[in-house]
Structure formats: C-alpha cells, structure tokens
Design a protein around this ligand. Structure first.
Ligand code: COA
Length: 326
C-alpha cells in the first residue's frame, strides 16, 4: 500500500484593487447610510477594480505572491484551478488565461463556478488531485470582480460586495496538510441568490432584469446560510473526531459579520480566534477566504502547526468547509 499523501498549503498570496469605496461614498448615489451598512453587515468599505482591471489581473497578482511565498516556480505547477463566478470572458477559462500569464504552459487549468463557495470547492478539487497522486503542485485561486455584475442603483445588493483575489499553492506532503473537505449544494434555492443572465438561456436585454446583475432575497439567504454553515462545521468536527473549541482559527467566508459570529458561536470560539476582513473587503465572493487566510498568515496570527477551519456559503446554494493543519 502506498503511503498517505496530504495537500499542504505551502504559500499564500492575495491582491486587492487600489480603489476603495466607503459606505459614505455609496450614500452619495443610493439611499443608504454608513450606520445601516455597518449595523446589518459589519462592512465599512470595499475595494473596486479599476476600469479595464479584470479578474485575471487580480488573480495574477495574488498567484505571484503565493508562488513566491511557497518558493515554487510557475513552471513546476501541475494544475491551476480558479474559483470564480466573474470570469474575464466566457471562454477560455480564467485559469487558462492565468496559466499563460504565469508561464505555466502545459499544466492542466480550469475554472470552478460555485459562487461564493468557489475557493472551497476549488481547494477540495486540488486536494483530491494531490491525494490521488495525480498532481504534486497545484495553484488554487479565488478571484472576483463582483462590482461588474452589480446593479449600482439597488441598495439591497450593491453595498455588500467588493473585488479581490487570494491564492494558495498546494504541495504534496507526507506529514500533514488538508485533513478533510466537505461540499454541499441545494440547486432548489436558485432564485434566492442569482444572476439570471446567461448564454444558453439567451441574452434578453428587453427584459427588466436582463442586465448583468445580482438578485438576492437577503433575509432568506441569511437564515439558510447560518443553518447550512452550522451543519457543515458540525460535520467537519465529527469527521475528524474533534470537539467544539478544538479549532485554532476559523477563517470564514466574509459575507456578513453576523453570519460569521453565528458560526463562531456554534464552534464555541471567541471572536479573537476568527479572522475577520469583511469590514474592509466587503464580500469578495470566491476571493474572500483566501484573502482572509493570506492576511492572517502575513500578520503572523496564523502559525505553522495550527488547526484551521475554512468555510463558505454562496449562490447555488453551495456551501462547504476544509479542515487543515497549517
Ligand atoms: N440601506 C438602507 N436600507 C436598506 C438597505 C441599505 N443598503 N438595504 C435594504 N434596506 C432596507 C430594506 O428596504 C428594508 O426596508 P423596509 O423595512 O422599509 O422594507 C429594511 O432595510 C430591512 O431590509 P431587510 O432585507 O429585511 O434587512 P436585513 O436585516 O435582512 O439585512 C442584508 C439585509 C442583505 C444585510 C442581510 O439580509 C444579509 O446580509 N443577508 C445575507 C446576504 C448575503 O450574505 N449574501 C451573500 C451570501 S454569499
């Protein structure tokens, strides 16, 4: 029998566009206020991609930083996976565009679309490639320019999202790394959070909601997300024989501070063991978890050997988690 192989996070990187949009800036063009946004979501500001700055541009910066931190050259990669719901173009995939930019020609490359859970889904796939022995070095990216698909006159959605990217380099390791991943979806809840524009359904610009925009039943999403995340963190603890409180750090998807607090409570973790970036980044969809992870690593809070629980919830609905020894 061959020895067990883990997928270990060898390096992390992230990138945020320069432009910052504060709640007060938003209040200039939609009927909202800094107080309302902070009270309901915890968000104070978000970053917005410059004109012409694409998801692949953000992904490239984050990836270069992750490769440097891991001490891995792009030419050594066996696979690139990009979690995104805002690809530069319909095809080729953003992963293929990124592969060429990085000079990783020849390795496999594809996108995963699981909305805000995109990074967790992509991480789970990358981990399986390493565990199975199919790949030794995998670049996993979460990158988004959600600002490009928002209706900037809809205060119930445009205040929530931001642009950004994060990346990790996974390498095969005999000792430790990702311990388990857990993925779920419920396609029956499609219309609670979606963007109806498509290819196969046809572009219908004459219809009211046919522009490229996110539609959401915020309150229903909130309730479903809290329950789904409670359930997946319980599942993760059970699968690994852990108790509530055994986790060193919770690195959650950054959609809403109140959702994050609910998950921390479920895990019996105080908020000083939870990485929070939603106040400064808003919801960067698939970018949020690797952005938060990179920030926590670079600030020295997350240390080698610690037990990390990553989780996310998004349109689909999709949700999932990853438990890892960093
Ligand atoms: N500024 C001011 N008022 C706003 C507003 C804004 N940006 N957005 C909505 N409102 C108003 C609503 O119109 C409503 O007014 P009404 O009572 O006069 O009808 C009121 O605020 C309450 O709206 P509601 O949607 O019930 O608020 P909420 O407490 O559920 O908070 C969200 C709204 C969106 C912040 C919250 O539901 C949420 O975060 N949901 C999860 C969304 C999410 O995370 N999505 C991504 C998942 S990956």
């Amino acid at each position: 029998m061959s020895a067990q192989v883990f997928a270990r996070i060898a390096g992390t990187g992230s990138y945020l566009p320069e432009k910052v949009l504060t709640n007060d800036d938003l209040a200039q063009f939609v009927e909202t206020s800094d107080e309302w946004i902070r009270d309901r979501t915890g968000i104070r500001q978000r970053h917005i991609a410059a004109d012409g700055e694409t998801t692949c541009d953000l992904a490239e910066q984050a990836s270069r930083r992750a490769l440097e931190a891991a001490g891995v050259d792009a030419s050594e990669l066996d696979l690139i996976i990009v979690g995104t719901t805002t690809p530069d173009i319909i095809f080729p995939s953003t992963a293929c565009l990124l592969q060429h930019r990085l000079g990783a020609n020849g390795c496999a490359a594809f996108d995963v679309n699981a909305a805000c859970s995109g990074f967790i889904y992509a991480l789970a796939v990358g981990e399986k490639f390493i565990r199975s022995g199919t790949a030794k070095k995998v670049l996993v990216v979460g990158a988004e320019t959600l600002s490009r698909m928002l209706d900037w006159s809809d205060r119930s959605t445009c205040v929530l999202f931001g642009d950004g990217a994060g990346a990790v380099v996974l390498t095969a390791d005999a000792e430790t790394g990702i311990l388990s991943t857990h993925l779920h979806a419920d396609g029956g809840k499609k219309e609670m959070l979606y963007n109806p524009v498509g290819v196969s359904v046809g572009f219908k610009p004459e219809e009211k909601n046919a522009g490229v925009r996110v539609l959401m039943a915020g309150n229903d999403v909130f309730k479903y997300a809290v329950k789904a995340l409670d359930s997946v963190v319980d599942e993760t603890l059970d699968a690994n024989g852990l108790q509530r409180g055994d986790i060193d750090w919770l690195i959650p998807h950054q959609a809403n501070l109140r959702i994050i607090q609910a998950t921390a409570k479920r895990l019996a973790l105080s908020m000083d063991r939870v990485i929070v970036t939603v106040d400064r980044h808003g919801n960067t969809s698939a970018g949020s978890v690797p952005l938060a992870l990179d920030e926590a690593v670079r600030s020295g809070r997350v240390q080698r050997g610690q037990l990390l629980l990553l989780e996310a919830f998004g349109g689909g609905f999709t949700w999932g988690s990853a438990l890892l020894r960093y």
